[in-house]
Design a protein. Structure first.
Length: 308
């Protein structure tokens, strides 16, 4: 991929897609192709085919997806599986038909079995049952990985898959019903501070462990993989460190400057107990994340404050 290559970023307004756009621009890739949701419905096969035929992108970052936190995944499983299957199948097939040089598909750490040995190696895919709260999303994402694998095997396409851990960053979704835990905590502690409340409710027991990667570090990793990785097996992208949700809440509380109590709502699900990725493969290739969790939360909170 050179600086003039025509690059399509699918999902360019989302958390991940917008970080990829920043990263590509910062690295002087200027021939970028994007389409807003209203212009191109990626679930529509004909529309996707027409777009690829007209634009003929050489490289594709497939960051478009229907995503959400634990409650959204659990509440709308049909939408999560249907939308994601269509988006992936349409883009990957069109990329094959239009001779895309290389495509990078984005999955998620929830593709691994609920009780996977920790830290989770790439090879553990499909060796156990999935976590129920995000099974629909996981099945769709596993299908995306398999599509890349089989299009590589049968047609020789250079399609690769990256599995990011839980992500956070600017342009995240802060809606309390559909967001992931980190933006939800930022908003909850901020609102409680502003409204002078004396407690903040967090979901579940606070005991699950999660690994968090700052989205601009992910984008750097994706560019690195686009340039240097070309294998059939997907590759994990994370920090290799995790934290208890209860301790994450304390960290966000501290950054926001809220001095009340934290209360647990155990009627809400915990989800998978732990999903720490084994990132030794990525590290061996020469990539390591830069942003500490505390620094990342400070950056996102400042961005959130400016947006208010
Ligand atoms: O980030 P989150 O929604 O996703 O939740 P998952 C992580 C943990 O934080 C769970 C707890 O144990 C939640 O119960 N939590 C505590 C909260 N307070 C809150 C809150 O206010 N909001 C939210 N959202 N959680 C998702 C999957 O799982 O992770 C997706 O459903 C995807 O498919 C994504 O893989 C990365 O890590 O549990």
């Amino acid at each position: 991929m050179d600086k003039n290559s025509k690059i399509y970023v699918a999902g360019h307004t989302g958390l991940v897609g917008s970080a990829i756009m920043r990263c590509l621009k910062d690295n002087n890739y200027h021939n970028l192709v994007v389409r807003d949701l209203e212009e191109l419905d990626l679930r529509n096969q004909e529309a996707v085919n027409t777009f690829f035929k007209e634009e003929k992108p050489q490289y594709v970052f497939l960051a478009a997806a229907k995503v959400g936190g634990i409650l959204a995944n659990n509440t709308y499983p049909a939408e999560f599986i249907y939308d994601n299957l269509l988006i992936e199948a349409n883009i990957i097939h069109a990329a094959y038909q239009n001779n895309v040089t290389k495509l990078l598909f984005l999955g998620s750490s929830c593709i691994y079995p609920k009780m996977a040995t920790q830290p989770i190696k790439e090879e553990y895919l499909l060796n156990g049952y999935l976590e129920e709260t995000n099974e629909a999303y996981a099945i769709a994402k596993i299908t995306g990985i398999e599509l890349c694998k089989f299009y590589r095997r049968q047609y020789g396409c250079d399609f690769i898959s990256a599995m990011p851990t839980n992500l956070y960053g600017i342009n995240d979704n802060f809606d309390l019903n559909s967001s992931h835990v980190l933006p939800a905590l930022i908003r909850k502690f901020h609102d409680a501070k502003m409204q002078g409340k004396d407690e903040v409710v967090i979901w579940g027991t606070g005991n699950p462990m999660r690994e968090f990667l700052y989205v601009d570090d992910l984008a750097d990793a994706l560019l690195f993989l686009m340039l240097h990785y070309s294998e059939e097996i997907h590759i994990n992208v994370g920090t290799g460190e995790d934290i208890r949700i209860g301790d994450l809440a304390l960290m966000v509380k501290d950054v926001v400057g809220f001095d009340g109590n934290i209360v647990n709502d155990t009627s809400k699900p915990d989800g998978t107990p732990r999903k720490l990725l084994d990132v030794s493969k990525l590290h061996a290739l020469g990539f390591k994340h830069k942003t500490s969790l505390k620094q990342g939360i400070i950056t996102v909170y400042n961005w959130y404050l400016n947006k208010q």
